[in-house]
Design a binder for this molecule. Structure first.
Ligand SMILES: Nc1ncnc2c1ncn2[C@@H]1O[C@H](COP(=O)(O)OP(=O)(O)OP(=O)(O)O)[C@@H](O)[C@H]1O
Ligand SMILES: [Mg+2]
Length: 242
């Protein structure tokens, strides 16, 4: 049997909001095949639906229409919308914790936990949690990889933005996800930290992690294997450059 090259396939996926009875299609019937190991950059003007599409792909938002197929697991879609809405949060968060890593523009670290504890956090959501010592060891190794060994006991408030984002990258990798999603990951960073964060993400991509990034930065589009251009919630074009 031929191996499936696609990691994730969405068909006709939409997210619809209502404001004073006016329908806003934040994402409008998007079709997308995400191939294993590729880097996709989501591109488009403010309000075009980049973040919404990214959150749909990451199951942080539930689609109102369409189907969502991750590897062999049908998680959402019109045919199985009941499934995603009845799937308990614990099951969905376990799927997410195992398969998907997230990086956000504002880092989203837990303020009352140290860098090390933040990196260890995703391991708590696994169905079969690993021993604490093993989790700690991996977290320490990941913090070393992002050059944060000397800040492991620091709280987020004691770190610079670039350092916080490096901790967030380590956290995203905790459970060895196959998909890394990032929403403007360098949007708040100066150019030195921008370069460092992009380089770390490229390294993960070279190691085989599939990457999808929403960004306004042309450099992030240049790196991409494919640029998905959005306009008014629709996929306008899929190209190799902007
Ligand atoms: N919770 C919500 N309720 C109502 N409308 C929303 C909601 N979230 C997003 N929208 C609308 O959906 C559209 C797409 O928003 P989205 O945040 O996905 O855009 P974006 O491309 O990420 O923009 P930016 O580049 O500014 O981050 C916008 O018109 C926005 O106003
Ligand atoms: Mg956005």
């Amino acid at each position: 049997m031929e191996e499936n090259r696609n990691l994730l396939t969405v068909k006709g996926i939409s997210k619809i909001y209502y404001k004073r009875e006016v329908e806003i299609r934040a994402v409008d019937r998007a079709d997308l095949d995400i191939r294993r190991g590729e880097w996709i950059t989501l591109w488009g003007p403010s309000g075009s639906g980049k973040s919404t599409l990214l959150y749909l792909l990451g199951t942080l938002l539930q689609p109102d229409e369409g189907t969502y197929q991750f590897e062999d697991e049908m998680l959402a879609g019109t045919a199985s919308l009941d499934y995603i809405s009845t799937t308990n949060d614990k099951k969905l968060s376990a799927f997410r914790a195992e398969k998907i890593g997230f990086i956000f523009q504002d880092y989203n670290l837990l303020d009352d936990k140290t860098a090390l504890e933040n990196v260890m956090q995703p391991a708590k959501y696994l169905v079969n949690p690993k021993p604490e010592s093993e989790v700690r060891q991996r977290a320490e190794a990941l913090l070393k990889q992002v050059d944060m060994t000397d800040r492991m006991e620091h709280f987020p408030g004691e770190l610079s933005g670039g350092q916080e984002q490096r901790v967030a990258i380590a956290r995203a990798m905790m459970n060895k996800p196959s998909l890394l999603l990032a929403d403007e990951p360098t949007g708040n960073l100066d150019s030195a930290n921008h370069n460092m964060v992009l380089e770390l993400m490229r390294e993960l991509n070279r190691e085989g992690v599939t990457v999808i990034v929403a960004s306004h930065n042309p450099e992030v589009a240049e790196i991409a294997d494919r640029v998905v251009k959005l306009k008014d919630g629709k996929i306008d074009e899929i190209a190799s450059r902007i």
